[in-house]
Write a protein that binds this ligand. Structure first.
Ligand SMILES: Nc1nc2c(c(=O)[nH]1)N[C@H]1C(S)=C(S)[C@@H](COP(=O)(O)O)O[C@H]1N2
Ligand SMILES: [Mo]
Length: 242
């Protein structure tokens, strides 16, 4: 609580560091979540407050229930892939007429988009407004000639990790296979070199170190889904646990 903020990085915090104001706002309860925490937390509290008042273009609240805002992704672990663009390969296959495989160079040649999207971790943090660059899963589906019977997409990753997503959400506007966040490559812990992104479902559906996108008829619950997490994972319905 007594650590001085890096005011160069967070100039907006300068007024609060005035002791009188600090005591005043602490008394008002606005700094409770920052007690014992870092300055990043204090800034995040403001972002959380603002997000709670915001609405998305689809009318839903910007922040799903039970979430608070962090300024950056938090590394949540998982069994890492090798992180290399040299060995990277993505298989797009399953119920489709023209399955294909691309290496990293091939991936970058596919039609690329950059989408702003918020992500929501089941542990209670959200990161808002990230700019994610990649290829839409819908584009991969089209290129693979996905068959009408396909109802689910299985995102496959290093060491056998999988995440299942209904076709509808998997082919949504902001559902991507992505290699940049805010212009930067992903650090290894966040899925380098390429990860899945299904922002409108809890973040465990966004497979790091992705190796495959497989279209299937019958659902196949994934790594977390067979370990007690909800099969669907809608943050606005708080579908946290199954
Ligand atoms: N391959 C793989 N992807 C994964 C996981 C994993 O264990 N392995 N964990 C998921 C979970 S539980 C979360 S919350 C997010 C976390 O991503 P982050 O570490 O970049 O925040 O990745 C998801 N993708
Ligand atoms: Mo998670």
């Amino acid at each position: 609580m007594s650590e001085r903020p890096d005011l160069d990085r967070y100039p907006e915090l300068a007024p609060r560091w005035d002791r009188r104001q600090f005591i005043k706002s602490a008394a008002a309860g606005t700094l409770l979540m920052a007690a014992g925490g870092t300055l990043v937390r204090i800034a995040a509290d403001d972002l959380t407050k603002k997000a709670r008042a915001d609405k998305r273009s689809d009318g839903r609240p910007r922040l799903p229930p039970g979430q608070r805002v962090l300024e950056n992704l938090r590394a949540m672990g998982g069994q890492e892939g090798d992180g290399s663009v040299k060995t990277f390969a993505l298989k797009v296959y399953g119920l489709c007429k023209t399955p294909f495989e691309v290496d990293y160079a091939g991936l970058l040649k596919l039609p690329t988009v950059t989408k702003a999207a918020d992500v929501h971790c089941v542990t209670g943090w959200s990161m808002l407004g990230g700019e994610w660059k990649g290829v839409q899963v819908a584009t991969l589906a089209e290129k693979a000639g996905v068959r009408g019977e396909a109802r689910h997409v299985i995102f496959e990753a290093a060491h056998g990790f999988t995440a299942n997503v209904p076709m509808k959400e998997a082919t949504g506007d902001t559902s991507l296979v992505t290699w940049r966040l805010n212009g930067k490559p992903f650090p290894l812990q966040h899925g380098a070199p390429v990860r899945g992104l299904i922002p409108d479902l809890y973040f465990w559906k966004s497979a790091k170190w992705i190796t495959g996108v497989r279209f299937v008829k019958d659902d196949i619950p994934g790594f977390w889904e067979v370990r007690g997490y909800h099969n669907h994972a809608d943050p606005w319905k708080e579908e946290r646990y199954g």
